[in-house]
Every structure is written in C-alpha cells, then in structure tokens.
Design a protein around this ligand. Structure first.
Ligand SMILES: Cc1cc2nc3c(=O)[nH]c(=O)nc-3n(C[C@H](O)[C@H](O)[C@H](O)COP(=O)(O)OP(=O)(O)OC[C@H]3O[C@@H](n4cnc5c(N)ncnc54)[C@H](O)[C@@H]3O)c2cc1C
Length: 113
C-alpha cells in the first residue's frame, strides 16, 4: 500500500488505497483531522463497498472544536469569504440562547477545567 512522504496512506477520491480491495478512512489519509470527517469517510467507504461510487471530492468539511461549549463551523470563515470577494453579512446570537451550549454558558464554571 502506497504511503506519501509523511507516511500517510495514499487514497483516491473514493478512499481506495493502491492495494486491491482496501480502503482507508480518517486521519491516516492525511487530510484535515476532524472526528466528523473520519465518520463521513466511513460512510463513504460503506457505500462504496456496497457497489456505489461515492466521492469525497468537494465535500463540505465541518471544523469542530470539542470545547465546552462545543464550537463548529462549515464552509468559509468570515475572513475567507471576504478575501474571496463575497459581500459578507454577519449575524450574531449569544451562545447563552443556544439550547445545549446555552445551558453550559449559564452554569458557573462550566467549560473550565
Ligand atoms: C488532542 C487532540 C484533540 C483533538 N480535538 C479535536 C476536536 O476538537 N475536533 C475534532 O473534530 N477532532 C479533534 N481531534 C482529531 C480527532 O480525534 C481525529 O480526527 C479522529 O479521532 C480521527 O479518527 P480516526 O478513526 O481516523 O483515528 P483514531 O481515532 O486515531 O483511531 C485509530 C484507531 O486505530 C487504532 N490502531 C492504531 N494502530 C493500529 C494497528 N496497527 N492495529 C489495530 N488498530 C490500530 C488506534 O488504537 C485507534 O483506536 C483531536 C485529536 C487530538 C489528538
């Protein structure tokens, strides 16, 4: 099975390795290292094992940070969108009004270790 110069397993967009009947998912493929991306790799491989041809090309990558409360984003950040020439409109809501994180934000000491 081919690996790149950093030791990551080389795959194509369908997560096939260079070895027959062998796929690779997650961090070992050398892409962005996020839990949900590894999980999505698994779902892609499961479907490809069943005979589909599901690609990982151009998929949206969730950027998740496991803090308390958890943070996540998908797509361009505000600065990336502005740099790409988009007319950016920003909407803000306080974390405290979001149901899950909000309950953490209202508890004294929550999120501190
Ligand atoms: C400190 C830290 C903080 C992180 N924070 C975040 C975060 O906030 N948000 C986020 O999205 N991601 C975060 N990540 C990244 C996230 O943990 C990984 O992207 C994710 O766990 C990758 O899943 P995986 O299944 O590809 O690999 P892993 O979760 O590493 O699973 C690989 C498994 O293979 C096993 N294994 C290894 N070698 C062998 C072998 N030879 N034979 C059999 N089994 C073997 C290992 O024991 C392990 O259980 C963080 C990672 C670290 C280290």
């Amino acid at each position: 099975m081919e690996t790149d110069g950093r030791g990551f397993v080389v795959t194509d967009e369908y997560l096939r390795t260079t070895a027959d009947h062998t796929w690779a998912a997650g961090d070992i493929t050398g892409g962005p290292q996020f839990t949900h991306l590894s999980w999505h790799d698994y779902r892609v491989i499961k479907r490809n094992l069943a005979g589909e041809l599901v690609s990982t090309k151009d998929r949206l990558v969730p950027h998740t940070v496991f803090l308390a409360p958890e943070l996540a984003r998908v797509g361009l950040s505000e600065s990336q969108a502005a740099a790409a020439g988009y007319n950016v409109r920003v909407a803000r809501i306080p974390v405290a009004v979001i149901r899950g994180p909000g309950s953490c934000a209202r508890r004294p000491g929550c999120g501190r270790r």
